[in-house]
Design a protein around this ligand. Sequence first.
Ligand code: ADP
Length: 687
Amino acid sequence: MRYLLNWRIYRARLLPLLIVFLGYLGTAELARLTYSELSSPAILFSAVGISFAAVILAGLEMWPAIFLAALVNAFSNQNNLVVGITIAIASTLQALLFGYLIRRLRFDPLFSRMRDTITFIFVVVVSTLLVPTLGILAYVAVGLPQYPPWGAWWLSGLLSALTLTPLLVRWIPKPIFKRTRRELLEAALALTSLVVVSVLLFFTPYTIIGGISLVYVLLIPLFWIAIRVGPRIMTLALFVLTTFSLTGTILGATPLGAAGDLATRLFQIEVLDVILAIIFLVLCSSEEGRKEAINAFAEHATELEHALDKIRKEDQAKTEFLAVLAHELRNPLAPVLSSIELLKLQGVSAAEMPRLLDGMEDRVRTMARLLDDLLDISRITRKKFKLQKESVETNTIIKRSIQSVEAMIAARGHRLKVTLPDTEVWMQADAIRLEQIIVNLLTNAAKYTESGGEITLLSEITHRGQLVISVKDTGIGIPEHMRSRIFEPFVQVERPGQQSQGLGIGLSITRKLVEMHGGEIEARGRSGAKGSEFILTLPLQENVQLPLLAEKKKRRTLTSMPGVFKILVVDDNEAAADSLAKLLKLRGHAVDVTYNGADTVKKMSHENFEIVLLDIGLPDTDGYAVARELRDLGTKAFIIALTGYGLEEDKQKARTAGFDHHLTKPVGLDDIEHVFTKVRVKPIGLQ
Ligand code: ADP
């Protein structure tokens, strides 16, 4: 309300005010001139519709224009000062009441929801009561005996608001609209048929054809528009119908409702128009609502179809994956088996032995890597995967990653160029997983590049405090449409005529690991060059303090000193235990072996071992119980679990049982020695 008393808003809105004033006055005067012979102005098609449209479109601040125009019109209709002013004030209050209620009830002027249309009708019915009621009270108060009937007065306001307001609010804000040619043609046909029936009905004596009243025929184009064409054309149709029916009746051209004088006939026609307007506005909006619901439903159905399609594709990818997996696992197994056969037959010469063993080791490692990947992806997708973050120096990790792929890169005849930052770069990361990420990228670069290619690794720190590692190759490249898809599980680029070189899970694990480190990874093409580029961005924490880093570094160098330990290997698989013991002895450690829990505990209570490599599945008990017992005995040894179970639950269980570390079988000597760098007890060699 206070807003409406701020004069500045009126100064800023002079043009709309003028338009409303002229529109209101023009409509009212036009009605008065056209139907001048009528005794009462109230039954005319009034300017109420203009005032209501004005407050919807231009706001409640249009009231001065409405008031002035209503005042001028009231005085041109009759001469009593009090009645004139009362009608003008009532007309203004009526528009304000309408505008206020329609806003409060959150009416949307599109008439495309049933709720809006019902709200509109309700507010119109209530607010149009004001003018006839206050007007007649004024007539009575000043003692004028001749005044319009209340019902007719109200009806005229109602009709104007129900037909003129929807037309103006639907058409003025957006006079031009887009429809297909077919839709336009249909709208034109429906409107034309409405006009034809209206002309026959209201301007000719032919109101009944073949015994059927044309009033019923009128319903056909109206239903047509409501059901097929929509609210915008409906507002036009109702306006056309009202104009034709009123004009025809006033001109006396129609025998419709012939009984009674003109005022009665007009009243009857207005009742018909109001009823038709209410029915068809409601019907039309409910139909629009239905169409919208169907569209929304169709959209959902399409979404579901897409989802289903995706699931189908994933399912297919999984089936293909299983086939590839079986193949991939069988492939390395065959040569291992035949090598074993050879060994059994003792058909291998001493000179051939290293090559044979190398080949077997290679294949077993490949299988172990595949199984590791599978385990990772299953844990990642089941969200049972945690990073073991610590402060790590990334240059060291990159160098270590390079070491593990060097042989493969060399075997394929590629050149590898590496550029690292001059300074140490520390970050919070899981060292093993970070290495896995880089190894994956380098392995792919080597795999998907014809021999003799070039692989470039560049690591640098950006000014935004991020570590960016780029791995480029000069290989076969990745088609643009696949560059984001290759990070999905089991997705591989189909290359006609070429057999797949993997399982399609490496990159999906890589991306997940990168994301778990708070980073991101993307694949790019190389402009103007062959090959692809993978860019890995990782956040560095800036608040790592240098002294802390230095301390960390010192400790790392100490613990990574090659030490010689006293080790107990525990495994019920005697062959496995013995061969591991042999390997460790070859590396200079002092090693003993036990094959069950009881012997282990006995041995440990007599001797001091620094490291125990303890299998979980033992014949008399399990490794967890042994570890607990050893801890109870007070052993300080570094106990490492060696198990086939690599799930996070298993690791947790091992930790609570007293294990210091957990290794998933199969493990190579490298893996074991890598863990030895974590052993904090003093190696024998330093004693
Ligand atoms: P895979 O085990 O099949 O290599 P990845 O998830 O590591 O699985 O890679 C998914 C697919 O992305 C690969 O099958 C390959 O087609 C493509 N790809 C990955 N890296 C490269 C690269 N450096 N150059 C070309 N294609 C690549």
